[in-house]
Design a protein around this ligand. Sequence first.
Ligand code: PGA
Length: 253
Amino acid sequence: MKKLIIANWKMNPSSLKEAQRLFNAVKKASISKKNIRTIICPPFPFLAGITKGRSSVVLGAQDVFWEKKGAYTGEVSCQMLRSLGVSYVMIGHSERRENLKEDSEIVRKKLKTAITEGLNVILCVGEKKRDSDGSYLHFVKEEIISAMKGIKRQDLSKITITYEPIWAISSTKRSKNVTPKDAVEMSIFITRILSTIYSAKLAAKVKVIYGGSADPENTKDYLSNEYIKGLLVGAESLKPARFAKILEVANKV
Ligand code: PGA
């Protein structure tokens, strides 16, 4: 199974020209990396401008609205995304939960619509902090259970869950990173939650990946384990040479 390397550009870069330059660099670096699937998630306004000749990479969006069409000022629908060749969408990123106050109900509605409208979903979950009494496990469990409500078993293969603890996002201190061992444990925990909702066999259809300060130096450590099926990369995905290195390392793992 191909490992997923997802570039989350967030609200970057500032112009279409820069976005195209970055995209072209990633496209070049992705060529003949047969063991990985590279997914680029640029801001909405750049999606249409980088759809041409993207054979080595897949296009994703950072968000989507839960209604299909209509009077929803400022929102973007699944169909709009699909018309641009977008096949993945991120839902529930912690920055949206925090800044836009997206709660579990909103995440659930978006997930459901995206799946029924034929998009693959990258569902982001993760705790704010790790406490010694283990309540972060309960937090992640609740995030998953509420998001998956109403998701049918036949749709599970369209879902990737990113474990992205908020405290490890864009951390400049490497000591603050989640250790690969902790990431693996969480991945197993997430699969176990899914197997209690569905079954062990069905739970295995959902890929679990890791996000939070992933870089060329730690890529191998995270991906060496079969339980981590990919990485969601923020800051380092904006640096063409560093991101190319991540792709190279991931392709060899
Ligand atoms: P980071 O961001 O790689 O800069 O930590 C990851 C994310 O928030 O998607």
